[in-house]
Design a protein around this ligand. Structure first.
Ligand code: PEP
Length: 263
């Protein structure tokens, strides 16, 4: 038991996976597991972030789940409202389609698609204005960690968004700390290292906002059933953002179960 009063969040990031039929099968399998052994939403908030193409189908299919499962968009346009922005989907369009949550700042968006802080701030501003809850991802590269800059980099990424998050909007921010070197590599930060960074993020948040003591800080980076219990036991780790292991319904269920049991 960690003693934290923050309800953990466990969110699966499916990235550019899977095909539609497999996504539907996943929901069938996952909801069956929840039926066999309920995970109470008060002990863990569960979410899944499918591709944009699958988002509404999955949301619809999850209506039959005995436990509330949030559907989360993987990204959002930096442009607001509607307009001539080919290929993009705005925060307002997500909200209008019944989507209430969005990932912003994932390292793959930062590194592959060039989402720099100014773009991320536009996305965050629009998402919060449209009434979405933002899961904001931060994390250092291996080079930055080896150069002893991990903490400074991560705290700067948190400070970056302070310019656009209004005081009353901090309650709609969840932080996901994802060391880039641990994403999809099988390498996980040790629970002690992860806890240490989470505690620093907590201190940073408390300096920025009175909401900081209540903000859920998720860990991401090769979380799997084998390491979930240990990570979940850390007092400032309030959940997980799970990539690879979330594609397997049983593994994802076991991770959510570990966090639900720990708090
Ligand atoms: C992620 O991409 O958010 C992630 C944490 O991936 P993985 O769990 O596969 O490392």
């Amino acid at each position: 038991m960690s003693g934290s009063t923050i309800t953990p969040w466990v969110v699966g990031n499916w990235k550019m996976n899977p095909m539609q039929a497999n996504a539907q099968q996943w929901v069938e399998d996952f909801t069956q597991l929840l039926k066999e052994q309920v995970i109470d939403s008060q002990s863990c908030r569960i979410g899944v972030a499918p591709t944009t193409l699958a988002l509404l189908n999955i949301k619809d299919q999850l209506k039959n789940s005995s436990v509330d499962v949030m559907t989360v968009a993987q990204d959002v346009s930096r442009m607001a409202g509607t307009g001539a922005y080919t290929g993009d989907i705005s925060a307002e369009l997500l909200k209008d389609s019944g989507i209430d949550y969005v990932l912003i700042g994932h390292s793959e968006r930062r590194e592959i698609f060039g989402d720099h802080p100014q773009i991320l701030n536009a996305k965050i501003k629009n998402a919060l204005s449209a009434g979405l809850t933002v899961i904001y991802c931060v994390g250092e590269s291996l080079e930055q960690r080896e150069a002893g800059q991990a903490e400074a980099v991560v705290l700067q990424q948190i400070c970056d968004i302070a310019a656009v998050v209004e005081t009353e909007q901090w309650k709609n921010i969840v932080i996901a700390y994802e060391p880039i070197w641990a994403i999809g590599t099988g390498k996980t930060a040790s629970p002690a290292d992860a806890q240490n960074m989470h505690a620093k993020i907590r201190e940073g948040l408390i300096q920025i906002t009175s909401e900081g003591k209540n903000t859920a800080i998720l860990y991401g980076g090769s979380v799997k059933p084998e390491n979930a219990v240990e990570l979940a036991a850390c007092p400032d780790i309030n959940g997980a953002l799970v990539g690879g292991a979330s594609l397997d319904a049983k593994s994802f269920y076991q991770i959510a179960h570990a966090f639900a049991q720990s708090k």
